[in-house]
Design a protein around this ligand. Structure first.
Ligand SMILES: [Cu+2]
Length: 168
């Protein structure tokens, strides 16, 4: 006799739940030794086409600080680490030469905060594109980068999401 219809339903529900969990796979990349891990990488759709901002989370699992020193992204003439702040009530961003990653901590680059700025893009990134590159660290470690390009509305959702997350 075949399994009861009820049992099949349970199996289907289980499969559906699993499918939902993995519908948007969390992309993760690590250094060869597993100490540094990058996740939640995305880029904002460029309005002008000349520049784009990239955001991600960097986890340093090691017992000592490491430092992000260089970023190379395919199709971008250059990439800089930018810190965002306020000066005389005006929102400004300024390049910094390196981004320290404290031991055993996650450093988050989010809209409105520290980000990677891509300049001289060969072509305008649009939603659905994927930017690829590599991050280089003072220790000599390298981590590959793959950032999905999000549209402005989507980016707004992510901004709110990260705001909620940091508040909680
Ligand atoms: Cu910037």
């Amino acid at each position: 006799m075949s399994p009861s219809p009820r049992r099949q339903w349970h199996l289907l529900l289980l499969l559906a739940a699993t499918a939902c969990d993995t519908a948007e796979p969390r992309w993760v990349s690590t250094s060869r030794d597993g100490v540094l891990e990058i996740s939640e990488a995305f880029a904002g759709e460029s309005v002008t086409g000349a520049t784009a901002a990239v955001y991600f989370s960097l986890r340093n699992r090691g017992p000592v600080e490491d430092t992000l020193e260089a970023i190379v992204v395919e199709g971008a003439g250059s990439a800089f680490i930018h810190e965002a702040g306020e000066r005389d009530g005006i929102r400004v961003m300024a390049p910094v030469s390196a981004l320290p990653l404290p031991a055993d901590q996650v450093t988050r680059l989010v809209p409105g905060g520290t980000h990677v700025m891509l300049l001289d893009l060969a072509r305008r990134p649009v939603a659905g594109d994927s930017l690829r590159g590599v991050l280089r660290f003072r220790s000599g470690r390298e981590v590959s980068l793959r950032a999905e390009v999000h549209g402005l509305t989507e980016l707004d959702d992510i901004l709110h999401e990260s705001t909620r997350r940091s508040a909680g």
